[in-house]
Ligand binder design. Sequence first.
Ligand code: HEC
Length: 387
Amino acid sequence: MPSTRPLPSPSNWRLLRAAPARRRLLSATLAGLFFPAACVAQDAVRGAALYLRLDNDTRSCVSCHGPDPGQSHNNILRAADSPDTLTKVLNTVSAMGFLRSQLSDADRADIASYLGSVVEMNQAASTLRAWPATLEFGRVAPGQSSAAQFVRITNASATQALALPDIQVSDRQLRAASDCPPRLNAGASCDIKVRMAPQGVGLVRGALVIASQDLARARIIGGVGQGAAGPLSALRWQGGAQVLRFEPSSTTSEVRSLTLENPGPMPVVLAASSITGPQASQFRIDGGCSAGQVLQAGTSCALRIVYTASALPLAQAALQIRSDHANPDALRLEGLAVAQAPSDAVATESGGGCSIGPPSQRDRWDPTLVLTALLALAAARRHRRNR
Ligand code: HEC
C-alpha cells in the first residue's frame, strides 16, 4: 500500500479572496512599480492564462512547451520580458505560426511578462518557490467543484522570514484555501489548495497570485478548466490519496503504484501526465495510466512511479494527471533519503529521468542544491516529528 497522509486538518485552512481585476493587477505588479517599465504595465496574470489557453479555448504554449515554463523546454524563456523576441519567434518557428494571428501585441506583452516572473522565481537567489507552475482542472459541470490542485510554497531563504500578506485568486470560479501564515519562516513551506467551481458553461481561466513586499515580482500560478454540460466523470485516486511517500530502506530507488479510478458515468480519455517541482528529476512515471488510454466507467488503472533517492533528506514534486473529463487531485510526491545512505548515493542525483523536457534542462535546479538540501532537511525533521 502506498503511504498516504491527509492534508492539514480543515481548521488550519482559510479561504483566500478572489481579487477584483484592478486590485489584482495592482498586486501583481505592485513591486514591479519600482522596476523597469518593461515589467510594469503588462498583465502577467493574463499572460499566465494565455500560456494555457487562448481566448477561443485553443490550447496554447502549454501544449508544446509543457506544464512548467520554468523548465524552458524549447527555450521558451528566451521570450521572458521580451515581446519582440516572441514576435520574431512567431514569425520563424513554423509550429507556432497559427498563433501569429491570434495573439495581439498586448497578449504578447502579457505572456512575456508572465515568463519574466517565471524566470525571477527560478533564479538561484529567489526566496519564494512555488510549484506546480500551472493547474489544469479539466471539465466540470456548472455548480460542481473540481478536485483540488495543491500549490506548495517554500521560503528558500536560510535566514529571512518572508511576508505573505496577499495570496489571491484572479477569478471567482477558482476557489482557494491556504494554511500559509502571514509570515513564512526561513526554510518553511505551506500549501494552497485550488479548486475550480464553474458558474456556467465555458472556459475558466485565472491564476493564483502570491504578492509580497519581499518579492520583486509576484509569483503567478495559472489555472485553467472548462465548465461543461454533463454527464461527466471525475477521476479520483483510490482511497482519496493526496500524498505518495517513498521511504527507501536499503536500495536507492523504490517503485510504488497508485490506483486511478473512474467512478463513472462516462468513459474518460487520459491525457499527458506530468511531474514538476524542485526535485521532479528524482521521480519518474514508469508506466500505467498513459496518455490516450480510455478508462471505462467503473474501471481503474495503476500508475507506477519510480523514486530515486539522492543525498537530499526530502525530495518533493507534484504529479498531475490530465484527461478529457474532471482531473483528479494533484498528488504530492515526497521521497526520503535512504535510511542508511550508501556512500555513492550522490551519484544518482540526476539519474531519475523525467516525464517532460529533455534531461539537460532538468538540471536547472541544481545550483540551489545546497539550499534545497538544508530546506529539505528541516522539512524532513518536521515531517518525522509530526508522525
Ligand atoms: C505547436 C507547438 C508550439 C506551440 C503551441 C508554441 N510553441 Fe514555442 N516553440 C515550439 C517549438 C517546436 C520550438 C523550437 C523551435 C526550434 O528550436 O527550432 C519553439 C520555440 C519557442 C521559443 C524559443 C525560440 C528560439 O529562438 O530559441 C520561444 C520563445 C517560444 N517558443 C515561445 C512560445 C510561446 C510564448 C508560446 C505560446 C504563446 C509558444 N511558444 C507556443 C513549438 C510551439
